[in-house]
Design a protein around this ligand. Structure first.
Ligand code: ZN
Length: 304
């Protein structure tokens, strides 16, 4: 088995009301809304996808906005933060731009030698911006942080099964951070694992991450992962058609929901690349209910 995971495909989180979420991610963070669709398990609510202009794997952040979602809180066994990679040369300009817009963010901190700032999205989710030598724009993920009681088990899955490599550890403000990197990949290729013995209990809800998805470049690769994971003792779901990718899911040993999603077919499968995200797209099973669904969903406006 020589296939390795090349990095993250997407991150999926839960938010409160959709409009505030859209305004923040398309306005403040300048991501593109590449798909406006519904939660396939609950077509009365949106599923929103933000990404780079093409909807490339490794740039995709998706939300299930629930108007009445209670606030959640990250804890052990959950993914606790996502970080965008910002080109090093443009990092100061990004901070100035945020300051001009009166967006508050943390003082720059150093993490493995790179500056990182943390913003809060409208639901309080931490959004990290990390300066990066390899980033060419501010759309791709740098990393995701997992919060674990026992980082070793999760790290072993990433190294022994997914092909990640240990890339060091550091302790800052009493928090130990372990870094793992997918070799040969420049974007969305880092998983950080933090450990905390504090007696905190996470609570799913607005402002928390629901799951993280890793990339399979082809359907063959995804099929291979089902067998490889089974051999390693991780039972996955069957392949689920998510319209823009196929998905398999399993829970990693620490409790975080992991997905492996295929690159194809991508977001231009049901509407033109140039206008992606402007129209509500429904999977075939919900198309007959379009009028009712459009009536129920709140109107949202993308920042221009
Ligand atoms: Zn997903």
């Amino acid at each position: 088995m020589t296939t390795r995971i090349p990095g993250l495909h997407h991150v999926t989180a839960i938010s409160g009301p959709a409009q505030a979420n859209v305004a923040f991610y398309t306005g403040t963070l300048k991501q593109r809304l590449v798909k406006k669709t519904v939660n396939f398990d609950d077509p009365g609510t949106y599923h929103l996808y933000y990404a780079d202009p093409k909807g490339s794997p490794g740039t995709i952040l998706t939300f299930f906005p629930f108007a009445d979602a209670g606030p959640g809180r990250a804890g052990p066994g959950m993914a606790s933060a996502y970080a965008y990679a910002v080109p090093k040369a443009g990092f100061d300009a990004v901070m100035e731009d945020l300051a001009l817009k009166a967006v508050s963010f943390s003082r720059p901190d150093l993490r493995f030698g790179a500056r990182v700032i943390t913003l809060r999205d409208p639901d309080g989710a931490p959004v990290e911006l990390v300066e990066s030598d390899s980033a060419t724009d501010a759309h791709g993920f740098h990393s995701v942080t997992l919060w674990e009681r026992d980082p070793a088990r999760t790290a072993r899955l990433l190294t022994d099964v997914f092909g990640y490599e240990a890339a060091g550890s550091e302790t800052s403000a009493g928090v130990e951070r372990l870094r793992l990197k997918a070799p040969g990949s420049e974007r969305a290729n880092i998983i950080d694992i933090i450990r905390s013995d504090a007696d905190v209990k996470g609570r799913p809800g607005a402002g928390t991450i629901h799951h993280i998805a890793f990339r399979a470049r082809t359907q063959d690769e995804q099929d291979g992962w089902i067998d490889t994971l089974a051999t390693a003792g991780h039972r996955t779901t069957d392949v689920i058609d998510r319209q823009y990718f196929n998905a398999i899911y399993f829970r990693e040993p620490g409790g975080v929901l992991f997905e492996i999603a295929t690159d194809p077919p991508g977001f231009a499968v049901d509407e033109p690349l140039a206008t992606m995200g402007s129209k509500l797209m429904l999977p075939p099973q919900y198309e007959p209910m379009r009028a009712r669904i459009e009536q129920v969903l709140p109107k949202i406006r993308v920042a221009t």
